[in-house]
Design a protein around this ligand. Structure first.
Ligand code: AMP
Ligand code: MG
Length: 401
């Protein structure tokens, strides 16, 4: 059986090509630029005023005590004054308005007294005051952003300022969630539970996880534990999806049809079974430009295998960091993993008494979903490892933390 590290390696080896898409700027937050962005023009685009006040010629006010100038017109933001400011003239100006020709200084309105078509300048500091000069922040053709940059609100604002109504970003894969299990009832169908039935928790869990990861196109299917209908469902899904994520049906029971049915549908196995707990039966396969993730059915196993393998891959396709956000902390109790498998242990990591402390959650059963909600991350305990209380280990946050 392969190790978790080998499994990760194989997953990376079988990555599909990354695609890109043109995304409306207003909806691009959290996406990653797939191309560098150069300035289509310099900024500011023209000399403009930093204040509300009067644009004038410095020579008219330099040596003059409280000079009085004729108000020749107004330059408003978006409505430049078209003429040239002449000797003895001033032009009323607003913040952001074009500084008219002839003027070289703006005096703020607070330093002026206006009286019937004339303005007295009570105070002017120096030539060039309160003008934001063309190209002072960047010039046309400057590289503003490298590719692979995560778009945050500040970057989106800057892209808006250069007139980009849409941006080229990495495209999330289209995903089909395929839930298997004849015992399952759909929470949305309002189906009453028959004896022995349980509600399907994997579909809502994985759907919300995929949304959280940034996937937009998600299909969901449910199939009974029957090889032929499973094969048909898989074949249908490959027509329109980049990635199928199934849950259940990957173990060795007589009703576990996923690996065989996916091979019937043309997939080639990359691995089946990894030396880990939970999630040992995980299955991974590929076909042309479609990947198949067969996650185990137990909800905690499905959750952990999704977190550990699938989530980082979704991040890869979106151009984001694929590493878990991590923290070094101390174990608050001794952990003994005498198995030949790695344990992906759900834990709670938090600062206690000024030290980052890692506390394994009490119930680690792979069917215990409520216990999972009490963890905020996990640690990977290698096979045959004892970690004494107080050992420093790496804690990984769950992706939404
Ligand atoms: P399987 O991997 O199909 O053998 O399923 C293992 C266990 O997980 C069984 O107890 C199933 O009933 C349970 N299980 C499988 N799929 C789901 C699901 N979608 N929601 C909740 N429990 C499930
Ligand atoms: Mg099953």
């Amino acid at each position: 059986m392969i190790s978790i590290d080998k499994a990760k390696e194989l997953v990376i080896e079988h990555r599909l090509d990354r695609k890109t898409v043109q995304k409306r700027l207003l909806e691009a937050e959290g996406r990653v630029l797939s191309v560098p962005v150069k300035a289509p023009f310099g900024s500011p685009q023209f000399d403009n005023s930093a204040m509300d006040g009067f644009a004038l010629r410095w020579d008219d006010v330099a040596d003059n005590d409280k000079p009085t100038l004729e108000i020749a017109g107004e330059s408003r933001a978006g409505e430049p004054w078209q003429s040239k400011v002449k000797d003895g003239q001033a032009v009323r100006i607003n913040t952001g308005a074009v500084v008219p020709k002839g003027a070289d200084t703006v005096v703020p309105v607070e330093n002026c007294t206006v009286d019937s078509g004339f303005v007295s300048i009570n105070k002017a500091r120096k030539k060039g005051d309160n003008i934001r000069y063309k190209g002072e922040e960047y010039e046309k053709g400057d590289l503003l952003f490298e590719k692979d940059l995560l778009l945050n609100p500040a970057v989106i604002g800057a892209l808006g300022s250069i007139g980009m109504g849409s941006v080229e970003v990495y495209k999330p894969p289209k995903v089909t969630i395929m839930v298997t299990g004849s015992e399952l009832a759909d929470v949305e169908q309002d189906e009453p539970l028959k004896p022995g039935q349980i509600y399907d928790s994997n579909r809502p869990m994985l759907y919300s996880f995929l949304k959280k990861a940034g996937v937009e196109e998600i299909d969901t299917m449910r199939v009974k534990d029957d090889r032929d209908s499973t094969r048909k469902a898989i074949a249908a899904a490959t027509e329109h999806t980049d990635m199928i994520i199934s849950t259940g049906g990957v173990s060795v029971g007589p009703h576990d049809h996923i690996p065989a049915a996916s091979r019937d549908a043309g997939f080639t196995t990359v691995f089946h079974k990894v030396a880990q707990k939970p999630g040992k039966p995980i299955y991974f396969a590929h076909r042309d430009d479609c990947l198949f993730w067969g996650l185990p059915g137990n909800p905690v196993s499905a959750f952990m295998t999704f977190t550990y393998y699938v989530y980082p891959e979704i991040c890869y396709y979106l151009g984001r960091d694929t590493d878990f956000r991590s923290h070094i902390g101390r174990l608050d109790k001794t952990i003994n993993n005498h198995r030949e498998r790695s344990v992906l242990m759900r834990v709670n990591g938090a600062v206690k008494d000024r030290e980052f402390t890692i506390q394994p959650i009490k119930r680690q059963g792979s069917h215990m979903l409520l216990a999972l909600t009490q963890a905020n991350g996990f640690i990977a305990v290698p096979p045959q490892t004892e970690w004494k209380q107080g050992t420093e280990v790496t804690f990984h946050y769950f992706p939404w933390q």
